[in-house]
Ligand binder design. Structure first.
Ligand code: PLP
Length: 381
């Protein structure tokens, strides 16, 4: 038995994931796993708690060193410490990016479907969201650069990009990223690249490539967002960083936080430093466990008439195509069968449901039984 098989009772923790639905519904929605954070992180947090004083805290030089070494080791990307800006969450960070680039009324291009807080971020900063659909081609979600070129206007300044992609689970290849980078240079777009899922690549033959690591020119036009929180399952600890090599862009990004975005708590920094220094086998084991969950989900979906999904290369999120079921209210239908999924319409992908498989195998198996019931209930007249 693996440690990830343990079903941790989250009752009494006011978990957003488990509070949303009643006891009859198993939650597979928000991107929060049901696994414990590894013991070495919990131990370090305990030690910090014993100190007893929890004042306002900054990123320590040792944390910066850990992050810089990690970026070099993982992605052969050499980053300078003054390029790094800490923010208490990737969502506030991409909202700051929308305000830092261009002027009110300017456009922000984004391929959809996408993690739904992307959709409203331009509006929060008085910018205009310009959506362009990802194309499903040969069973893979791809960027449609021709469609994106047609959507760009003279006032489009920023591409809001997600890789690994939430909700489709695509991990874009180096070739795809090079083509996207050329596109951004051609249209003089800055890039905000949300790479929060970069350590959750499930296929050994795939690699995560930070788009800013492609060239100095691309780095100069990019705000890269990363965090330890998805990987180590500490999303409630709110801790992330932006990498912004261009000093003027960094100044504008920092100005966008003023008076609004809080600093990061001391326990979150402790967890982050442990995460970036981790060379244990916890993460490789987690990835293998998630890949086996992914395989089980994909195998089950392939047996169910009217359901389809594309292969999940990274993240712990499956993007289920339920259009052939012709449900009037897909989310309500699955909820009525005891499944709390994310409604694709929220991501601007109507007819799809997002399934979070970051849970113990037994929980997933029960979820898949309910999925089969929900599908067979549609087939019966
Ligand atoms: C692509 C993506 N970005 C950002 C977030 C949330 O980031 P944070 O909790 O740091 O604001 C999520 C969480 O699901 C996500 O999937």
């Amino acid at each position: 038995m693996s440690e990830f098989d343990e079903v941790v009772d989250r009752t009494g923790t006011a978990s957003s994931k488990w509070n949303r639905y009643g006891a009859d519904v198993l939650p597979f929605w928000v991107a929060d796993m049901d696994f414990r954070t590894p013991e070495f992180i919990r131990r370090a947090m305990h030690a910090r708690i014993e100190h007893g004083v929890f004042g306002y805290t900054e990123a320590s030089p040792t944390l910066l060193e850990a992050v810089i070494e990690w970026l070099d080791e993982q992605f052969a990307w050499r980053v300078q410490s003054d390029w790094i800006v800490w923010v208490a969450g990737v969502v506030p960070a991409f909202n700051m990016a929308c305000r830092a680039v261009g002027a009110p009324g300017d456009g922000v291009l984004m391929p959809v479907p996408v993690y739904y807080p992307f959709l409203s971020a331009p509006r929060h900063g008085d910018r205009q969201a310009i959506e362009c659909s990802l194309a499903l081609s040969k069973g893979r979600w791809q960027m449609d650069l021709d469609g994106m070129a047609a959507a760009v206007t003279a006032r489009t300044r920023l591409l809001l990009f997600c890789n690994p992609q939430n909700p489709t689970g695509r991990v874009y290849s180096r070739e795809e990223l090079v083509a996207l980078a050329r596109f951004c240079e051609r249209h003089d777009l800055l890039i905000c690249s949300d790479e929060i899922h970069c350590s959750l690549i499930l296929d050994p033959e795939r690699e995560h490539v930070p788009i800013a690591s492609l060239s100095e020119d691309i780095a100069a036009r990019t705000i890269t967002l990363m965090a330890p929180t998805k990987t180590y399952n500490t999303p409630g600890l709110g801790c992330s960083f932006a990498i912004i090599p261009d000093a003027a862009l960094r100044r504008r990004f920092n100005a966008a936080r003023l008076g609004l975005v809080p600093g990061i708590g001391p326990l979150s920094f402790v967890a982050a430093e442990c995460a970036y220094r981790d060379n244990s086998d916890w993460l490789p084991r987690l990835r293998r466990y998630l890949a086996a969950n992914r395989d089980l989900l994909e195998h089950t979906v392939a047996q169910l008439p009217g359901l389809r999904m594309t292969h999940v290369e990274g993240t712990y999120l499956g993007w289920l195509d339920v259009r052939q079921l012709e449900l009037e209210a897909p989310h309500a239908h699955f909820e009525a069968h005891g499944l709390g999924l994310s409604d694709g319409a929220q991501f601007h992908g109507p007819g799809f449901m997002r399934f979070n498989f970051g849970c113990p195998r037994a929980t997933l198996e029960e979820g898949l039984r309910r999925l089969a019931n929900a599908v067979s209930a549609v087939q019966r007249p």
